[in-house]
Write a protein that binds this ligand. Structure first.
Ligand SMILES: O=P(O)(O)OC[C@H]1O[C@H](O[C@H]2O[C@H](CO)[C@@H](O)[C@H](O)[C@H]2O)[C@H](O)[C@@H](O)[C@@H]1O
Length: 284
């Protein structure tokens, strides 16, 4: 078992409580770094090859599954093969929810259309000013990810990706603010998007719609913190079981360290844990 637990006894206890309540559990999962291994080219990311079988097995034992991602919803449906997974879930009367762009977009297995707002007003002007700011910091070759509602500036291909991202953070924060936008820092990426939405809001919407008796959420990066907080707050208010899972690469512990109940070794570890949950739930 590839679990790297911050507190083995407490983590196992929380796992056991969620496993006992599996039939009433909402499982929410981030995509990049959680279901899909991190790769250099964002367009080359794909869901882990074991994900479909594990998620389908798990869905038969839990109340609902959701993917909650910073990616555009339509893109994650494509990269994750989520239509086929939604088909399998529909056959067992289960729903697959997808929240994209940090909760701004929605897609589901029963309504296969992406719903979301128009691009934020200041995005065009921000993008027009971006090349000059990047050039000032020697980052003119940064990969720019056009996301429709947002734009991502990726530094992964540079020799010092974290250092460059740290240097770009203040000027991009100022430029974003000038255009009524906010920044969402991630793994060697700085995303610029409209304020007012985050993954915690997506979790609250899911709680209202699914009415779960327990929640498991798995994530790997800064953008998952609000989801962790929303799940934790809900568990505290309702007294219901919750399990927060941090997916990270080996000993490379990052921003969610100390916030999770269980730590696992990347998508491989996430799927191992979810497979274990499906098996344990079957035995209840
Ligand atoms: O919320 P997530 O599902 O984790 O998505 C967050 C962002 O992930 C993507 O970037 C990250 O993954 C890339 C592919 O592995 C990697 O090259 C990059 O360095 C990472 O930051 C994606 O490109 C963004 O659109 C997502 O918002």
């Amino acid at each position: 078992m590839a679990e790297l637990q911050p507190d083995a006894v407490a983590g196992e206890q929380k796992y056991a409580e969620v496993a006992a309540a599996a039939a009433d559990t909402l499982v929410g999962l981030d995509f990049d770094g959680t279901l899909s291994p991190i790769v250099e080219d964002p367009a080359a990311a794909r869901i882990h090859p074991d994900a479909a079988s594990v998620l389908i097995a798990l869905a038969s034992r839990v109340k609902a599954l959701a993917v909650v991602t910073g990616r555009p919803a339509g893109q994650v449906v494509e990269l994750g093969g989520l239509s086929a997974i939604a088909d399998a879930l529909a056959e067992m009367g289960k729903e697959l929810y997808v929240f994209g762009q940090y909760g701004n977009e929605r897609w589901s297995g029963s309504d296969r259309v992406v719903a979301g707002p128009p691009p934020p007003e200041g995005l065009g002007a921000f993008e027009a000013a971006l090349p000059a700011v990047l050039a000032e910091h020697g980052a003119q070759d940064a990969y720019i990810e056009e996301k429709g509602l947002a734009v991502g500036v990726h530094t992964r291909k540079f020799s010092d990706p974290d250092g460059l991202a740290a240097r770009l953070l203040p000027p991009l924060t100022s430029l974003a603010a000038e255009h009524g936008l906010m920044i969402e820092p991630g793994k060697q990426v700085i995303e610029v998007r409209a304020p007012g939405m985050h993954k915690g809001h997506a979790i609250s919407t899911l709680i209202d719609e699914v009415d779960p008796g327990a929640i498991l959420f798995g994530g790997d990066d800064l953008g998952d913190i609000e989801a962790f907080e929303a799940v934790k707050a809900w568990g505290k208010t309702t007294g219901s079981p919750t399990l927060l899972v941090y997916s990270h690469a080996g000993s490379d512990r990052g921003p969610l360290a100390g916030l999770a109940d269980l730590e696992v070794d990347g998508p491989e570890g996430v799927l191992e844990l979810l497979g274990r949950l499906a098996a344990d739930a079957a035995a209840v």
